[in-house]
Design a protein around this ligand. Structure first.
Ligand SMILES: [Fe+2]
Ligand SMILES: [Fe+2]
Length: 167
């Protein structure tokens, strides 16, 4: 079902579709993070990605809870956007030879992932509020807060040491 398919009639339909989109995306991220962790050299980067992998596993569980609260089964829909972001990250990582430059590339790729998660969660929370489902909004806000914190940590790591070492 495409975003502009005529099957999406209401804001609630759009909410459910987007919940399925981010559910697929979070699962893909859980699958792809171990390779990024493996390729990272900077110990703080490795550890940061590792702890965000654990958070991401928890994001999947929170989304499953959101499906339950909404009274529908948890399922994903293909999300070509996150597939593209992950594929590009893998392509770039494969092209970079220098370990320090690779760390900078991994941070940039991880931030593209975080920004995707931030935009999807942001829309879902706004729609949940509009639909009178502040319970769903509160739940999804916990994911959003962790995505924003992860993004900030990546920026700090890039600016404090990784970019300098890569230059
Ligand atoms: Fe996440
Ligand atoms: Fe994330």
């Amino acid at each position: 079902m495409g975003l502009f398919s005529k099957d999406l009639k209401t804001l609630d339909d759009l909410f459910v579709h987007t919940l399925q989109d981010i559910y697929y995306a979070e699962n893909q991220i859980v699958r792809s993070l171990p390779e990024m962790i493996d390729k990272a050299t900077d110990p703080q980067l490795k550890q940061g990605l590792q702890s965000h992998l654990r958070e991401t596993e928890n994001h999947v569980r929170r989304l499953e809870q959101a499906f339950r609260l909404r009274g529908i089964e948890a399922k994903g829909v293909d999300c070509p956007a996150i597939d593209g972001i992950i594929e590009e990250a893998e392509d770039v990582a494969g092209e970079v030879d220098d370990k320090n430059v690779l760390d900078a590339a991994i941070i940039a790729a991880a931030q593209a992932v975080e920004h995707y998660e931030i935009t999807r969660h942001g829309s879902l929370i706004a729609w949940a509020q509009q639909l009178g489902r502040s319970d769903l909004g509160t739940l999804l806000q916990q994911n959003l807060d962790e995505e924003k914190a992860a993004d900030k940590k990546l920026t700090a790591l890039a600016e404090s040491q990784v970019n300098k070492r890569a230059a």
